[in-house]
Design a protein around this ligand. Structure first.
Ligand code: NJP
Length: 243
């Protein structure tokens, strides 16, 4: 049984929500490990800034503006990335958002955005990338859920439902494709110091929140586990959080 970690150097990754927060830190970490990274989010200028950061450090990044709710656009981006990089070894479904308020105060647009970005976006990207991974009998899909993908809290009901859905989707798919060389993993983080919820990185009241670079390091660990291992659902909490 090969005990050596998977070597990411020279591999490729597509990361959603890569323009800031955890996605940005993950892109920086994976590029540092030698991966070529495709950066997806809606705001192209923000993606360009991240790509510039990666390229200034000697890495390779491709800017891929994308709304993960748009399946036709996803297909175009996946084709573009496959054309440019030749293969896709890793998919990281990280784009996510949610308001925090009583459900009665949520607009229908907010409900739809939260269900569509967090859950449907993950399912859509996976749907578009999986045939390529199956053809190669290799690949890793890492879905960023949340610790509320396994427990429930008030004021985020659609988000909690969507993240439970992400955990269930990932676990089901893993059992389906694990014998075809594909690892499907879920990360369930607690509170992270990012833009999420309208904060600026470094300005949260929760000074004990997880640093996004620490969570990105955990993603790197999950992706580099030896081939016969899967860290299928990993929870990471800041010690200061009530969970
Ligand atoms: O949030 P933030 P995080 N299509 O707001 C993008 C989970 N999590 O890094 O599209 C494509 O800094 C957006 O870019 P833009 C959370 O649920 C977090 O914390 O240009 N992309 C940006 O790049 C999420 O799954 C906490 O607006 C879209 C990114 O998503 C993951 O961690 C706790 C998009 C969001 O960056 C990363 O979120 C937890 C769309 N339609 C789980 N809409 C936490 N922070 O406390 C948004 O348990 N994006």
């Amino acid at each position: 049984m090969a005990m050596n970690p998977i070597e990411l150097d020279g591999q490729t990754a597509l990361i959603t929500g890569a323009s800031r927060g955890l996605g940005r830190h993950t892109a920086l970490r994976l590029a540092e490990a030698g991966m070529r990274v495709a950066l997806c989010a809606r705001n192209e200028a923000d993606l360009r800034t991240v790509a510039d950061e990666i390229e200034a450090a000697g890495g390779t990044a491709r800017v891929c503006p994308l709304d993960v709710r748009d399946y036709a656009a996803i297909e175009r981006v996946v084709d573009d990335v496959l054309g440019a990089f030749g293969a896709l070894d890793v998919l990281i479904n990280n784009a996510g958002l949610s308001p925090y308020k009583p459900f009665a105060e949520w607009s229908l647009e907010e409900v739809e955005a939260v269900l569509d970005v967090n859950l449907k976006g993950t399912v859509y990207l996976t749907k578009a990338v999986l045939p390529h991974m199956l053809a190669r009998q290799a690949g890793q899909i890492l879905n960023v859920a949340s610790d509320v993908g396994r427990r429930v809290i008030p004021n985020m009901a659609p988000y909690v439902a969507a993240k439970h859905g992400v955990v269930a989707f990932s676990g089901s798919l893993l059992r389906e494709v694990k014998d075809q060389g594909i690892r499907v993993m879920t990360l369930l983080p607690g509170i992270i110091d990012t833009y999420f919820g309208g904060n600026e990185e470094g300005t949260r009241d929760e000074t004990w929140a997880l640093r996004p670079a620490v969570v990105a390091e955990t993603i790197h660990r999950m992706l580099t586990q030896p081939r016969h291992v899967v860290l299928d659902a990993v929870t990471i909490h800041p010690m200061g959080q009530d969970f």
